[in-house]
Write a protein that binds this ligand. Structure first.
Ligand code: NAD
Length: 262
């Protein structure tokens, strides 16, 4: 049976992480050959083993997305080995610390913006230039609900993820004439797991009026704010990315889709 992305090459950044790896698996199941990009070389090799099980081609590339020259080299070598990149999941990210704005560490602010926003721009720029030459591309950026409504104690992350919404809108306009669609996803509270525990613990420690200082209570408070009254599971993300890359969304570009339980 023919699959959605048979014969297409997908580049996934942050591919050694939770959402990146889960989405790379889905794209491989959908028939795509996969290039896994991450800064974490060891975890990337584990990810390669997992993706190989799906039988499509897989390559890894270790790269720091904050360095645009490395990104250009990585993208060029990916295309040399695998052929034209048709699909991009632009997803590498770092959440930063949890601190009220007046005390937020400027160095951490810069780090978050450099990875989450400037890094995403570097990857989108390098890949879209090649997609434009091939006159075909489907790009999905990872924003966050923190990029649509600024949460307390996460100023750097909110700025970066709001920035991804802008990057998505402008890139969708610049790239529409070249046959490239650009959309974004905005996941909210995903768990259980390390990211969720870290977030709950750090929000409790931040000591703001918005959350209790007890992590267990913070968790309950956050879930009460979700209409569906539960955390999202990582497995609820890859299908949305696959949809946004597929012809089922052929008249959609420039949108940021919340994955947030309401
Ligand atoms: P994760 O920490 O498991 O994955 C992030 C990956 O990005 C890691 O493998 C990390 O090594 C990589 N990375 C970090 N800095 C990099 C750099 N400079 N260059 C290349 N790679 C780098 O986290 P995740 O939950 O899988 O997050 C993926 C994306 O989803 C991020 O953009 C994150 O902000 C976003 N997000 C996550 C959640 C959530 O609750 N998990 C919610 C909303 C948005």
């Amino acid at each position: 049976k023919e699959k959605r992305f048979d014969g297409q090459v997908a580049l996934v950044t942050g591919a050694a992480g939770n959402i990146g790896l889960a989405t790379a698996k889905r794209l491989a199941q959908d028939g795509a050959d996969i290039v896994l990009l991450d800064i974490a070389a060891d975890k990337l090799e584990e990810a390669r083993d997992e993706i190989s099980a799906f039988g499509t081609k897989v390559e890894t590339v270790t790269c720091d997305v904050t360095d645009y020259k490395s990104v250009e080299t990585a993208v060029a070598s990916a295309e040399d080995k695998m052929g034209p990149i048709a699909l991009l999941f632009n997803n590498a990210g770092y959440q930063g610390t949890f601190t009220p704005v007046q005390n937020y560490d400027p160095e951490d602010f810069t780090k978050v913006i450099q990875i989450d926003l400037i890094g995403a721009f570097h990857v989108l720029r390098a890949v879209s230039a090649r997609m434009a030459a091939h006159r075909f591309g489907r790009i999905v950026n990872t924003s966050s609900m923190a990029g649509l409504q600024g949460p307390p104690n996460m100023v750097a992350y909110a700025c970066a993820k709001f920035g991804i919404v802008g990057l998505t809108q402008t890139a969708s306009k610049d790239l529409a004439p070249h046959g490239i669609r650009v959309n974004a996803i905005a996941p909210a509270l995903m768990g259980p797991g390390f990211m969720w525990d870290r977030q709950v613990e750090l929000q409790a420690k931040a000591g703001s009026q918005y959350f209790s200082s007890d992590p267990k209570e913070v968790s309950d408070e956050m879930i009460k704010g979700v209409p569906m009254r539960r955390l999202g599971d990582i497995s609820e993300i890859p299908g949305v990315v696959s949809f946004l890359m597929s012809d089922d969304s052929s008249y959609m570009t420039g949108v940021t889709l919340p994955i947030s339980g309401g």
